[in-house]
Design a protein around this ligand. Sequence first.
Ligand code: 5MM
Length: 342
Amino acid sequence: MNLADLNKVAQAMVAPGKGILAADESSGTIKKRFDAINVESTEDNRRDYREMLFRSKEAMTKYISGVILYDETIWQKAKDGTPLVKLIEQAGAIPGIKVDEGTQALPGCPGELVTVGLDKLAERLKKYYEQGARFAKWRAVIDIADGIPSMTAIHVNAHALARYAALCQAAQIVPIVEPEVLMDGDHDIDRCYDVTQRVLNKTFQELRVQRVALEGMILKPNMAISGKKAKTRAGVEEVAEKTVRLLKSCVPAAVPGIAFLSGGQSDEEATAHLDAMNRIGNLPWKLTFSYGRALQAAPQKAWSGKADNVGAGQQAFTHRAQMNGLASKGEWKADLEKKKAA
Ligand code: 5MM
């Protein structure tokens, strides 16, 4: 492992004003997204849609530092035969790859999941590196409900995240470590705070045990936020203040950057929260975005599977990328959203 090079890539992933596009929807997830816009999820449609994003020159060159790809996409070619990975590189962004293989029921823990995909991971990483991937992503999913999460679910998922991260660094690939505490329930922000704190503490404990170099990784966490079905939901300032407090209590300063998931927040909420955190300032790590839905919902709707709408889709993507780029510097203003709508 060359830690200086890993650190260089990690720093570039969280470069000022830039963040990560999570375009690594698995086949099932992209089908759900396409169903919502009445587009059939064929290989060609998935290619056309992602090609539209990666050819959004302004978004990709100014606001996107890296793109997380799904296995199918990393091998795919654009309509004119250019590998999609090359389009990303030509824009000055870094190609990355999702390497987990989804979740399975966790035996003995009803309702809980463990992320799988460690078998043959070393071999897969080698091939992805040759194909251009310089970072990877593995997502663990922790749910909040009555009696869960169990310590077992937190432990096995943290263990797998650390195993994955160690294998990535041995393959000269920067691991994005993503322990996602879901915001699906009716819990309040303080319950999310407590669970996320337990999850992050366990994750960093496992990362240390398995000798992962913190300087060569990126953390992709959820924010401390109320559940979607909570009776009253915490406002922007509370989310920002509690998330920063939580992260300061769990995430060592050696980690170069934290790139949040959006987790089902509205586009504007996800931007406002990131902006408010960066306005707090005096942070030991960079805080940016690694959004899937909060970057893609608007371009998906604008595109709706029609070649004539590619320009509109790219415009919608560029707008969200720009808003989040500003938020990563604490320079976003709600007015900028209104200007776009006018
Ligand atoms: C883009 O979606 C990613 C892949 O999800 P599946 O394996 O479920 O298909 C997902 O891991 C994503 O990167 C994170 O959840 C962040 O995305 P959001 O939409 O929460 O910002």
